[in-house]
Design a protein around this ligand. Structure first.
Ligand code: SF4
Ligand code: SF4
Length: 171
């Protein structure tokens, strides 16, 4: 795992900071720097990692609307991690929507992509925790420290989309 320039204590452990969001406790790694270098590694498979780009039901609908494509043209069903319902298709190991090294649906990209290089985990004491994905994101060696405000915005966005997806699936 590329630990970038995250702040560590004297034993080398990551220092986690916390904030509250609507009764939830959220942890994030203090001092993490990141700036996307547009290497597109997170949009494709690599020799050591098969990228799974999970999509929520309302994200599938939005992408369909914006691209005029049917869900089955750009995704396949993904039933093992509700509330996600689909997985992005890849062409020669690259995301269906990666064109000329850029995301062609940037404003409608799934929360999976918005979150990268993080994913949300749950700790033993019930906190949500921003963890870095195990693949090496080149951006963690660049840029400024990610502010708590950015983590707060990301978390609020994720909670909004995940609860909307759960509601959709309940119908
Ligand atoms: S792997 Fe990291 S640096 Fe490369 S495109 Fe994805 S987010 Fe940006
Ligand atoms: S939707 Fe866009 S950001 Fe997400 S993997 Fe595909 S090309 Fe990359």
């Amino acid at each position: 795992m590329n630990l970038g320039r995250r702040t560590r204590d004297t034993r080398g452990a990551i220092r986690w900071r916390r904030f509250q969001h609507l009764g939830a406790t959220v942890e994030y790694p203090a001092g993490t720097c990141w700036e996307c270098t547009r290497c597109t590694i997170c949009c494709q498979d690599t020799a050591s990692h098969k990228r799974c780009i999970r999509i929520l039901p309302q994200e599938v609908s939005r992408i369909s609307l914006e691209t005029d494509l049917k869900a089955e043209q750009f995704s396949t069903p993904h039933l093992s991690s509700s509330p996600y319902t689909h997985e992005m298709r890849k062409v020669s190991g690259k995301c269906f929507f990666l064109r000329d090294g850029l995301c062609s649906i940037y404003d409608a990209r799934p929360i999976t992509c918005v979150f990268y290089p993080f994913f949300l985990n749950r700790t033993a004491d019930g906190c949500y925790r921003f963890e870095l994905t195990p693949e090496k994101c080149a951006g963690t060696s660049h840029g400024r420290e990610i502010s708590e405000m950015r983590f707060r915005r990301l978390f609020a966005l994720a909670m909004g989309r995940l609860s909307r997806a759960s509601e959709d699936l309940a119908f």
